[in-house]
Write a protein that binds this ligand. Structure first.
Ligand code: NAP
Length: 262
């Protein structure tokens, strides 16, 4: 199967490329703005003979044209497209000031970029019965409290609803999976909460295992217990949710201070 990973240059996208390439049945096409020579693992991936990389910015018309040409390269077979690209940036300064430029960058990649990806690959996917994976976030389900921001969770909520709506239209022609990761690849996990932060590799392996499986689930919560807690948060009244979030935030702050003193 050909797997197109939008946002393959680093982080989860790079781990997904690696996890896919472990299976000889997979060929991978990676997309990202980073120049190929600046992607450390690219040489090793290319050596498999099953990896190609296209430098493209999905927020631009030129990037859109590149996505269309990548789509035309796909063989007349089911393919998998993973929309992993996102700008993870806060649009609120420390003092709460709203930062419109950051807000635009996040929405351009997460909302307009998603549209360009659907536009480029939708026809191929519906014609040859493919898989579309959207990497959302648990912050699509409840407002983030440790890193306060507006556009990022909202753009993930947009993706989540866009894919639910697409499922109704694409029906059984395209299997759609929305992935809701929590915090990934933490370099400084909060003491007592390390189980909350799986690595990129662990998350990527879980996703690829689901893509390879016979039944691609509609949603994938990673890690599951945290996902279930977030599902609960999403139905709690905001006041109760913000109270619980405040308790966790206070624990994280005191843990950070203790870490700095040691
Ligand atoms: N890290 C977490 O804790 C976490 C938690 C929940 C969900 N997620 C989601 O998981 C996904 C991966 O996260 P990550 O931590 O790996 O993020 P990351 O390290 O910032 O990687 C984002 C990827 O998106 C690509 N990208 C961004 N803007 C792009 C554009 N305009 N055109 C093409 N590619 C673009 C980047 O490549 P270039 O810079 O080369 O363009 C990069 O490969 C994201 O969708 C994120 O929202 C992450």
């Amino acid at each position: 199967m050909h797997c197109v990973i939008i946002g393959a240059s680093r982080g989860l996208g790079a781990a997904l490329a690696e996890a896919c390439l472990k299976n000889r049945d997979f060929s991978v096409i990676g997309i990202g703005r980073t120049a190929p020579e600046d992607i450390p693992d690219l040489g090793g991936w290319a050596e498999t003979g099953r990896f190609q990389y296209f430098q493209a910015d999905i927020t631009t018309p030129n990037g859109s044209a590149i996505l269309h040409s990548v789509s035309s390269l796909l063989p007349d077979q089911p393919a998998c497209v993973i929309m992993n690209a996102a700008v993870i940036e806060s649009d609120l300064a420390e003092d709460g000031t709203f930062l419109i430029d950051a807000y635009d960058r996040v929405n351009d990649a997460g909302i307009a970029g998603l549209g360009r990806v659907i536009d480029a690959f939708g026809e191929h996917l519906t014609r040859f019965k493919g898989v579309f994976v959207g990497i959302s976030s648990l912050s699509a389900l409840a407002p983030p409290f440790l890193d306060k921001r507006i556009a990022y969770p909202a753009s993930k909520a947009f993706m989540t609803m866009a894919l639910r709506s697409l499922r109704l239209v694409w029906k059984d022609r395209v299997r759609i999976m929305t992935v809701f990761p929590g915090y990934i690849g933490s370099s400084r996990p909060v003491r007592g909460f390390t189980w909350l932060a799986p690595t990129y590799r662990t998350v990527a392996r879980k996703i690829v295992r689901k893509i390879q499986g016979k039944r691609v689930p509609h949603t994938l919560l990673i890690p599951l217990p945290v996902g279930l807690i977030y599902r609960l948060f999403s139905i709690l009244p905001d006041g109760l949710y913000f109270w619980a979030a405040g308790k966790i935030e206070a624990h994280a702050r005191s843990d950070g201070e203790r870490g700095r003193r040691q």
